[in-house]
Design a protein around this ligand. Structure first.
Ligand code: ATP
Ligand code: MG
Ligand code: MG
Ligand code: MG
Length: 487
């Protein structure tokens, strides 16, 4: 089943069940200073959950464009993490709660394709519940009839959902699909999350989260005014299951990018025979990184982000640079985006016509970024390689902070690029030393700016020259000396 059909069916099912279809919010999280990008479908509904605004509907459904930068290092190495993905969700604002949410997810997952469902084999579905959520357990077991061996209790890190920042939160229940022994050992999601693929999370949004650290260490401030439902089904994960492919990078919306990259580089994709992404050959990972990151870049520029050195623009720059480097590591050192970006557009334009309508602007930014980065790479890589071999020759395992700073300051190498490239050659980088030099540079710049403002410029160095050499006469206007004479 193609992604377009999965999306259509999802919305249709929930529309038929009284949900209003709500469009995706744009990727940049403009209303929330704590978030750079939307990581989940519920973000645009936060004021409804908190009771700060009254929703114009009791039930909603959406397909939300998401970016999760914390997942960047997983891309291509697991079968299921993209930096960009689409979360299909259904939401209840003080309307139905646990039982109905579980029934909907089960029905849509297992209803036959002829009946508008996804036709998954119910015998292969596992569910998780929060460790003390007896109510959810009973619904799975008694109402749905899921045997006890396929219901797993898990703790806060996996089964208590929040945005990672203050806001609505609650225990959750997730659906996993057993892809069989070719993908890993049996024993359920606790044993292997590659074989048992998490594809849908049902959050029982009932509490308000306060400050705290990350996913599993925070205060609960109290109950929300109403009991709500927030669910997220990973569209790419469902597509991987329904298209019979091993991972989300091989679905119809992504795979053509991998194919085009094989054409350009002449390298083969699928070097690893293992179906488990975690045991992949580095080239296979690179192909997936190219496909994933370029798709994300297309969607980000389409939503108004442009490459820059800070904030959202820097995330985009980093994604583009990782993709471009991966193409080079696959052996192609010319500009690749003019060949690859149109393929990403063709994959996404059915669902997002704006990427085609705006492609001229999007590609202008993207191609300029690639050209600039290729220039940076050409000069900086030689410097880095020399520094790496010198370090190794002298028996060191750590590239100096001074070198990393020079690469940053003179050649425009961001520190994470130096880290990544040094690591590929088996070296660590003295990050503390690098940061110290950065701080010193910032302080110097600040002092300079301050003295310009106050007019108190430090002239002592000129005084020293005068004291040693005496006063000189300026002859610049009367004597004609060409640059070549001076040199
Ligand atoms: P995982 O444990 O696999 O990292 P998660 O528990 O972090 O996933 P949730 O926060 O529960 O994910 O998000 C809801 C759903 O969105 C997931 O069940 C999954 O289908 C999908 N999803 C989450 N992160 C990604 C991602 N990086 N790429 C693709 N789909 C994702
Ligand atoms: Mg995750
Ligand atoms: Mg999970
Ligand atoms: Mg989850």
């Amino acid at each position: 089943m193609q992604t377009a059909e999965i999306q259509r069916r999802f919305l249709k099912y929930f529309e038929n069940n009284g949900h209003t279809v709500v469009p995706s919010a744009p990727l940049p999280a403009m209303d929330d200073p704590n978030l750079l990008f939307i990581p989940a479908g519920m973000v645009q509904f936060v004021p409804y959950f908190l009771g700060q605004a009254t929703p114009p509907y009791r039930r909603a459904t959406s397909i939300q464009k998401c970016i999760r930068t914390p997942d960047i290092d997983e891309v291509g190495k697991t079968s299921r993490h993209g930096t960009f993905f689409q979360m299909n969700g259904n939401f209840s604002f003080g309307d139905y709660f646990k039982e109905q949410a579980i029934k909907h997810a089960w029905a849509l997952s297992t209803n036959s394709v002829a009946d508008g469902g996804f036709g998954l084999d119910g015998e292969k579905i596992w569910a998780t519940v929060y460790h003390d959520d007896d109510e959810a357990y009973e619904i799975w077991n008694k109402v749905i009839g899921l045997p006890a061996e396929r219901i797993v209790h898990r703790g806060m890190a996996d089964n208590y959902w929040s945005m990672g920042i203050p806001g609505p939160c609650g225990p959750c229940s997730e659906l996993y699909y057993d892809r069989g022994p070719a993908y890993g050992p049996d024993g359920g999601p606790e044993v292997d999350e590659d074989r048992y693929l998490e594809y849908w999370n049902l959050v029982f949004m009932q509490y308000e989260r306060g400050e705290g650290k990350g996913k599993d260490d925070f205060d609960i401030l109290g109950e929300l005014p109403k009991k709500n439902i927030d669910t997220g089904m990973g569209m790419e994960r469902m597509a991987a299951l329904l298209q019979g492919v091993d991972n989300m990078y091989e679905i119809d919306q992504v795979r053509p990018l991998i194919d085009k990259t094989t054409e350009l580089t002449g390298k083969r994709y699928g070097v690893s025979t293992s179906q488990t992404a975690s045991q992949s050959h580095p080239d296979d990972v690179r192909f997936r990184v190219v496909a994933d990151h370029l798709r994300s870049s297309l969607m980000l520029i389409s939503d108004g982000i442009v490459p820059s050195n800070e904030g959202r623009g820097y995330v985009l720059r980093r994604l583009m640079r990782r993709a471009i480097r991966s193409v080079r590591l696959l052996g192609y050192d010319k500009a690749a985006l003019p060949d690859l970006l149109p393929v990403a557009r063709d994959c996404m334009q059915d669902a997002y016509p704006e990427v085609a309508a705006d492609f001229e602007r999007i590609s202008t930014y993207a191609y300029a970024e690639e050209d600039a980065f290729l220039r940076t790479l050409r000069t900086g890589t030689t410097i880095l390689d020399t520094a790496v071999s010198e370090t190794k020759r002298s028996g060191g395992a750590v590239l100096s902070g001074t070198k990393a700073f020079e690469l940053h300051d003179t050649y425009g190498f961001p520190i994470d690029l130096t880290l990544e490239m040094a690591e590929e050659q088996g070296l660590k980088v003295d990050e503390t030393g690098f940061r110290r030099l950065m701080t010193e540079q910032r302080q110097r710049a600040k002092a300079d700016a301050q003295s310009r403002k106050t007019g108190h410029v430090d002239l002592s160095v000129y005084h020293q020259v005068r004291d040693t050499n005496g006063l000189s006469t300026f002859t610049g206007y009367t004597e004609d000396r060409r640059e070549s004479d001076v040199l």
